[in-house]
Design a protein around this ligand. Structure first.
Ligand SMILES: Nc1ncnc2c1ncn2[C@@H]1O[C@H](COP(=O)(O)OP(=O)(O)OP(=O)(O)O)[C@@H](O)[C@H]1O
Length: 212
């Protein structure tokens, strides 16, 4: 469903040279690598947020960076679910109101089972500012999944969660991918978590090596 072909990119120095990657339906891929090796940048490139210097990113066979801006925005809004380390929740609104925004944009309902799986159903009427960091993180994941995306891009989604909560959150994400028609690309430092994905790639020496 998503294919990166011949991606090269540099900022002040070269980051990637001719990287290729394919993500299939119902597949989970982990990307690991040293700090600063370019994992988040690669995720930005794959998720339509950063056009690479060279190469193409195909979504269902279409080069997303050759699309008109409005079409690209439609794909990003309807088909892509992007989970950042920093979650962009609307403070001053309740948790439920943050989810309502996703239901309005996608005409999907709030999935109460998902809220239970993420253990946030009991705080749903509280203001975002009253939630703990981990609850906010889980709320942002619930908001992304409420949209029912086809491809999920997650950058350290469990970075600030304890081990047990992190396992619950990842189980909810994996379940979503395996039960639906979705794929997941996960950037993580956690090798144990990476080993739960179908395949693992490592950014090393400007390349992406499939290591498992
Ligand atoms: N917009 C930008 N402009 C210039 N340099 C950037 C930009 N974004 C990232 N970089 C640089 O690219 C390199 C890779 O950054 P990136 O965040 O992709 O690494 P990472 O592997 O995700 O790191 P970490 O594991 O520490 O989060 C870093 O040296 C960073 O400073």
């Amino acid at each position: 469903m998503l294919e990166a072909k011949g991606i090269s990119h540099k900022f002040d120095y070269e980051l990637f040279n001719n990287i290729n990657l394919s993500l299939y339906k119902n597949e989970t891929i982990a990307i690991i690598g040293m700090s600063g090796s370019g994992k988040s940048t690669l995720l930005n490139i794959l998720s339509s947020l950063l056009q690479p210097n060279e190469g193409s990113v195909l979504y269902n066979g279409v080069d997303i960076y050759k699309l008109k801006k409005s079409k690209l925005l439609n794909i990003r809004r309807e088909d892509f679910g992007i989970i950042f380390q920093a979650h962009y929740l609307f403070r001053g609104f309740s948790a439920k109101e943050n989810l309502d925004i996703a239901t309005l944009l996608s005409s999907n309902e709030i999935d109460t089972t998902l809220l239970k799986n993420l253990d946030i159903e009991h705080v749903i009427n509280q203001g975002v500012g009253e939630l703990s960091g981990g609850q906010q993180q889980r709320l942002s994941i619930a908001r992304v999944l409420t949209k029912k995306p086809k491809v999920i891009f997650a950058d350290e989604p469990t970075g600030n969660l304890d081990k047990q909560t992190s396992t619950h959150v990842m189980d909810a994400l994996f379940k979503y991918v395996k039960n639906g028609e979705a794929g997941l690309i996960l950037v993580t430092h956690d090798e144990e978590l990476a080993s739960k994905c179908d395949r693992t790639f490592k950014v090393v020496d400007l390349k992406l090596e499939e290591i498992r």
